[in-house]
Design a protein around this ligand. Structure first.
Ligand SMILES: C[S@@+](CC[C@H](N)C(=O)[O-])C[C@H]1O[C@@H](n2cnc3c(N)ncnc32)[C@H](O)[C@@H]1O
Length: 513
């Protein structure tokens, strides 16, 4: 409990004070009860350039306080920010606000007077934590409503400093050597060909108009451009369909133009009407024939050799990524959670390839259903959330993510905000996981498989199959379902590899992983 002396040390109006302890030095404590979701501190950040830090900062006491800002600079939180100690069960979460170059600290549950306020520093501590975490006691679940425990923003790791993964068979040899499928540590599943039955063709509604006078076609094609109707969502479709001597022009999908487009008045055309048209191009001959019964569609078969080739270097990258997921799952089990973890690896770049990002980032997260007392905190959901938060926080229109999302507001201000949205916010590239590979200790359940589809991941590599609950081939294969608008590749780790033999991570097969 706060003493009278402590009252003199109040540093802000939100009930935080600094105390000194024997084990951890100074720390931030609550001088009174603080409700969950209270913004308790906003710390401005002081920056050091990479060079300045490498030459000077890292040799000073600053090294214990600085951390990497998303753009690669080293950052020091001013105010109370640098004094929050670490806990594996934090009661405070934080959000980097790149726009204002500050950090916002928010309580994740109700805090009692005298309690220490701690954040989660990540999985790689540079000191011995004095915290002793009791094995999980189901009785205290309700008081452990930590919202940002495993793998918060602080779990963003830089890959480069990692030591080689144990037992890595791809460590030696030319990293650019192509590895055959048999020598890869996983099996790649071939998804069944897309849309080869009539009722599996995905369609969208589109406005079309019949053109009684063929001489009007050229004029109308020009007009489409001027009217802004040359949109990418119909790029896989031909514009004109000729059927029973009638030419019909595709105008726009009903998503682009909910109302019938206004046609040039001088051409005396009939009214437009709607038709279902294929929503994607055809990848196989059969699907092309079927799709073209709806509307003439482009046929774009995958070129020979288009199936991605794996090199020794890339196999090593996959090996290391899976080891990270496995290590995190062991840690989770030690904390009383299900031993399920997911790791999103920074994309692989061959040695010498300078097109890769300068600070590659990867994120690991575990299942936190127990400590969060929340049914949806599966490892995959957690890792997607953290990667999306991180990507969004580093995008140009970043906003603090920990604040409650406001309800839609019909006021003029809200309209202006929508107007000023950037292109990347509109198309989702500031939060989607496009092109990324997710390594998971268990085949993801149906919910998680759907979340991976929504996130547009490139591929999923899992260790333990879950035949009764898995959504990547176990009980269902979500990427091949009708109506799904994205497919990802599926790979299963081989049972005879080192990680594949790790039976200690097996869980009850009826559990959704
Ligand atoms: C950012 S500072 C936090 C404030 C620090 N306690 C102080 O007195 O200035 C990080 C340092 O605090 C200490 N620390 C933080 N969390 C700790 C924990 N759980 N156990 C032991 N020491 C901790 C470590 O010495 C670490 O290098």
């Amino acid at each position: 409990m706060a003493s009278v002396d402590d009252q003199l040390l109040h540093l802000n109006t939100t009930g935080c004070l600094i105390r000194r302890t024997q084990e951890k030095g100074r720390g931030v404590y609550a001088s009174r009860a603080i409700p969950a979701q209270t913004l308790i501190e906003i710390s401005p950040v002081l920056f050091f350039s990479k060079e300045e830090y490498a030459e000077h900062g890292r040799f000073t006491v600053l090294d214990e306080y600085t951390f990497k800002w998303p753009d690669g600079r080293m950052a020091l939180a001013l105010g109370l920010g640098s004094l929050f100690n670490h806990s594996a069960r934090p009661n405070v979460s934080y959000a980097l606000d790149t726009a204002t170059e500050s950090i916002r600290y928010t309580t994740v549950r109700d805090i009692v007077p005298g309690e220490e306020l701690c954040i989660f520093y990540g999985h790689k501590l540079w000191f011995e934590s004095s915290e002793t975490i009791p094995r999980h006691d189901p009785a205290d679940v309700s008081t452990e409503g930590v919202d940002d425990g495993w793998g918060g923003l602080s779990a963003v790791e830089e890959d480069s400093s990692d030591p080689p993964a144990p037992g890595d068979p791809y460590l030696e040899g030319d990293p650019n050597e192509i590895i055959s499928d048999e020598d890869l540590p996983f099996t790649r599943f071939k998804l069944p060909p897309e849309e080869e039955e009539l009722d599996s063709i995905r369609t969208v509604e589109a406005w079309v108009v019949d053109i009684p006078e063929p001489r009007h076609i050229t004029k109308l094609l020009k007009w489409l451009k001027q009217a802004g109707l040359e949109t990418p969502d119909v790029g896989h479709l031909k514009r004109i369909r000729k059927h029973d001597n009638v030419a019909t022009l595709l105008l726009a999908t009903t998503t682009t133009s909910p109302a019938p487009p206004l046609l040039p008045a001088d051409l005396d055309l009939p009214d437009p009407y709607t038709l279902p048209v294929p929503s994607t191009q055809a990848l196989t001959q059969i699907s092309w024939k079927l799709k073209s019964t709806f509307w003439p569609t482009l046929f774009t078969p995958p070129r020979k050799g288009e199936a991605e080739e794996w090199t020794r270097g890339k196999a090593r990258w996959a090996w290391e990524a899976m080891q990270k997921a496995v290590a995190a799952a062991h840690k989770a089990r030690a904390l009383g959670e299900l031993p399920v973890a997911a790791h999103i690896a920074a994309p692989y770049y061959a040695p010498g390839d300078s097109s890769g990002p300068s600070a590659p980032l990867s994120i690991t997260a575990c299942d936190t259903r127990q400590c969060d007392a929340h049914p949806l905190r599966h490892a995959v959901i957690n890792v997607i959330r953290h990667m999306a938060d991180f990507t969004a926080s580093t995008s140009v229109d970043s906003k603090p993510r920990s604040l409650p999302t406001p309800l839609p507001d019909e006021s003029a201000d809200a309209g202006e905000e929508r107007e000023s949205e950037t292109e990347e916010a509109r198309n989702g590239s500031n939060y989607l996981l496009t092109g990324l590979t997710v390594f998971i200790t268990h085949e993801p359940c149906i919910m998680c498989s759907m979340a991976l589809i929504h996130s547009r991941v490139k591929e999923v590599v899992y260790l333990h199959p879950m035949p009764k609950t898995g959504g990547c081939g176990g009980t269902a294969c979500l990427p091949t379902l009708k109506g799904i608008n994205h497919r990802f590749g599926i790979c299963q780790w081989k049972a005879d590899t080192a990680a594949g033999r790790d039976d200690s991570l097996r869980i009850d097969e009826t559990i959704d992983a």
